[in-house]
Design a protein around this ligand. Structure first.
Ligand code: FES
Ligand code: FES
Length: 169
């Protein structure tokens, strides 16, 4: 990820696309992407847990790949596309995963769920044939305090299976 030269800058102007919507804003040079989404755009589905890059609650898609909203500066999204849980839910892109999470009780308090769903979306969208161990490894950057992970892996495995014509990992 490129790091803009922010030496001495208080604010920077960014042009970006968030959930398909082009935006131009002035942002504080030190503002994190998660704060920009939550406070400036009122997209509060991006959660903040540790704010240290550990828990994955702040996960968003940056040009289609998962990124930590707490470790990315708002200034770094200029010229790039951001997708959040709101945009992908409204477009229906997450419908299959959301249904599988509900059916398998893979969301309890829900605090981790937006990050889990976006990370799982990157995995299932890859079209790769994956094992349960692969799913666990890919999801290992997203922490959950409630489910014990088994139901989450089950839900993702079900979507992978459906996409692979029934071959369940
Ligand atoms: S809030 Fe970003 S990884 Fe925990
Ligand atoms: S469902 Fe509660 S933290 Fe994951």
């Amino acid at each position: 990820m490129s790091v803009p030269d922010l030496a001495g800058a208080e604010e920077v102007e960014i042009e970006t696309t968030v959930n398909g919507r082009p935006l131009r804003r002035r942002v504080d040079a030190r503002q994190h992407l998660a704060d920009f989404l939550r406070q400036d755009l009122e997209l509060t589905g991006t959660h903040l847990g540790c704010e240290h890059g550990v828990c994955g609650a702040c996960t968003v898609l940056l040009d289609g790949r998962v990124a930590r909203g707490c470790l990315t500066l708002a200034a770094q999204i200029s010229g790039r596309r951001v997708d959040t849980i709101e945009g992908l839910s409204e477009s229906g892109a997450l419908a299959e995963l959301q249904r599988a999470f509900i059916e398998r009780n893979a969301a309890q308090c829900g605090f981790c769920s937006s990050g889990m769903l976006l990370t799982a979306y990157e995995l299932v969208s890859s079209g790769e044939t994956v094992s349960r161990a692969d799913i666990r490894a890919f999801m290992s950057g997203n922490l959950c305090r409630c489910t014990g992970y088994h139901a989450i892996v089950d839900a993702i495995a079900a979507v992978v299976a459906a996409r692979n014509g029934g071959a369940r990992p």
